[in-house]
Design a protein around this ligand. Structure first.
Ligand SMILES: Cc1cc2nc3c(=O)[nH]c(=O)nc-3n(C[C@H](O)[C@H](O)[C@H](O)COP(=O)(O)O)c2cc1C
Length: 190
């Protein structure tokens, strides 16, 4: 696995907000189920660096089951207004304990409470009951993550940057990991 470096790293740094920006980007993460069918959902991009893209989730989730069996993923970041799209293909690796806890520490109080409470049992309750349980839990200590809190590092193998151009055709620049390591650059239509 090659770390991002040179031109492709500079592109990622220019497009994505820094990790200390509290308003985290929304990304779509596609996985594949046991029958080979695609699945998709939105998550927050917790952080990124030269190793790849990190998101956090619930270990009991469908995506966690799918990634345990098939770590291949596609990740999409879309900028509003027909301007830019970044598509990353790669493999998801479970995060180490420090990065799992680090992602939790940066979550808002609302999202920490959600990580503790939002389980299957609560999902089956009616809205009034869900709200009552939520209110009853307010003020509890949610400073440490629940056991179900986990996260993944998406190690990229291919990154495709799509740019619109108000005065010309849209254009894609793609970086592909080479078998011997490093990144090759390709210019694509579309
Ligand atoms: C804007 C937005 C942000 C979300 N962020 C996360 C997130 O960071 N982690 C997460 O596990 N789920 C997040 N969700 C919920 C997921 O989209 C999804 O419903 C949930 O993770 C269960 O997905 P799964 O059953 O495919 O595993 C978010 C949803 C939305 C709409």
């Amino acid at each position: 696995m090659s770390d991002l470096s040179g031109e492709v790293l500079a592109e990622v740094a220019a497009w994505l907000p820094p990790n200390d920006e509290p308003d985290r980007p929304q990304i779509q993460v596609a996985t594949v189920d046991e029958d080979g069918r695609p699945d998709l959902r939105t998550v927050l991009l917790s952080e990124w660096d030269e190793r790849g893209f990190v998101f956090h989730t619930d270990a009991r989730s469908r995506k966690a089951d799918q990634l345990a069996a098939r770590p291949g993923v596609a990740v999409l970041v879309l900028w509003p207004g027909f301007t830019r799209q970044l598509v990353v293909r790669g493999r998801a690796e479970p995060l180490d304990a420090d990065r799992i806890a680090g992602g939790y520490a940066k979550r808002s109080p609302y999202l920490r409470q959600l990580a503790w409470l939002n389980d299957d049992e609560l999902a089956q309750a009616g809205q009034e009951q869900r709200r009552a349980r939520w209110a009853a839990a307010a003020g509890h200590d949610f400073s440490a993550p629940p056991e179900s809190w986990t996260g993944y590092l998406v190690r990229p193998e291919r990154l495709t940057f799509w740019r619109s151009d108000a005065e010309g055709p849209s254009h894609r620049v793609e970086y592909r990991e080479e078998p011997g390591g490093g990144w090759s650059t390709h210019h694509l239509p579309g």
